[in-house]
Design a protein. Structure first.
Length: 339
């Protein structure tokens, strides 16, 4: 090949690479434009005031495409399909109780994203922030508003398999004292002290006494419901095959997802409710696999997310096993009902 031919070949290669780069930029720009445009036929969203002390409201993460994507928005609890009021505060996971909110966020960096937990007051003003060591997964606030909790994936990004690692943390929002991992608690399994290097915890839910909580403990490939004691720093197993527990407002029942035989490996769960007095399990009338920590709208109804066209939609189902599941809101996730 002559020198002139080599130069022409090199020039052609440079031009081809430049064309690819320009095309990629244009496609990325187009995607960004779509994200910034309100979705056609989607829910109406407009900016306004959002507080955590407005009884009869639901606050949740807005998943609709447009300028308010991922923002905390609010609607009346009795009319979840109503036009949404957006706060300007973006969260990947959210929960609130008694005027305290916890918001798990991503922080976009030049190389990779990092994550943090914000403790919010009733007006969504930041009170404190904490580093989160991985991808946010679950969030809860105690009924008193005195404690907040979150779970993050520090290895893997799904509960469906067994090759993942989680970190569950609890913070006293009054003092700022952080328990960065439940792995420092003493485990009592089947009535005996238990230690193992493979323990994982996730899905914290609080009782009203500011001492008791529940969570999932996984070890040796099996998940357990544990009852935690914030004063004694203990975790006691009380039932098997319980994931992402959610304590009812009256403290008598746990809603959870349970792995069922014969289900697909990537969608293995059905929703159940466990009576904490009798330990009787009730399957709920949701036939699909639910990978969420359900929320109690009241003592008789559960709300949870399922995949939707814009990420997630919210569904509700009776907590006693009767009735049927139905969609209550599109393009929404992480709901909290304000009392």
């Amino acid at each position: 090949m002559t020198a002139r031919a080599r130069i022409l070949t090199l020039l052609a290669a440079v031009l081809a690479l430049a064309a690819v780069a320009v095309t990629s930029v244009l496609h990325a720009s187009a995607r960004a434009d779509r994200r910034d445009q309100p979705q056609a036929g989607g829910p109406r969203v407009s900016p306004g005031e959002v507080t955590l002390t407005a009884p009869g409201r639901m606050v949740f993460r807005n998943m609709a495409w447009g300028p308010h994507r991922d923002e905390l928005t609010t609607v009346p609890s009795t009319d979840p399909a109503a036009p949404r009021t957006a706060s300007g505060v973006k969260c990947l996971r959210f929960y609130a109780a008694a005027g305290t909110g916890v918001c798990l966020q991503s922080v976009h960096g030049p190389v990779s994203d990092t994550y943090r937990a914000l403790i919010l007051d009733a007006h969504l003003t930041e009170r404190a922030r904490y580093d989160v060591p991985g991808i946010p997964s679950r969030a809860r606030v105690s009924p008193s508003g005195h404690f907040a909790a979150w779970t993050a994936f520090v290895g893997g990004d799904s509960y469906a398999g067994t090759d993942f690692s989680t970190r569950a943390a609890i913070v006293d929002v009054r003092t700022g004292k952080l328990t960065p991992t439940l792995e420092t608690f003493h485990i009592i399994k089947d009535g005996h002290p238990y230690t193992s290097p493979d323990v994982n915890f996730w899905g914290i839910t609080f009782a009203p006494d500011d001492r008791t909580f529940y969570a999932t403990l996984a070890t040796k490939g099996k998940p357990y419901l544990v009852r935690g004691d914030l004063t004694a720093n203990t975790l006691t197993t009380i039932h098997q095959n319980v994931e992402c527990p959610s304590l009812s407002p009256d403290g008598t029942r746990i809603a959870y997802k349970k792995r069922v035989p014969g289900a697909p490996k990537d969608a293995p769960w059905h929703l159940y409710v466990l009576n904490l007095r009798t330990m009787r399990e009730t399957p709920l009338a949701e036939p699909r696999s639910v990978d969420d920590q359900a929320v109690w709208q009241n003592t008789s109804t559960l709300v949870y997310a399922l995949p939707g066209d814009y990420g997630a939609d919210l569904y509700s189902v009776p907590a006693d096993g009767t009735g049927r599941a139905h969609r209550i809101n599109t393009a929404a996730a992480s709901p909290a009902y304000l009392a």
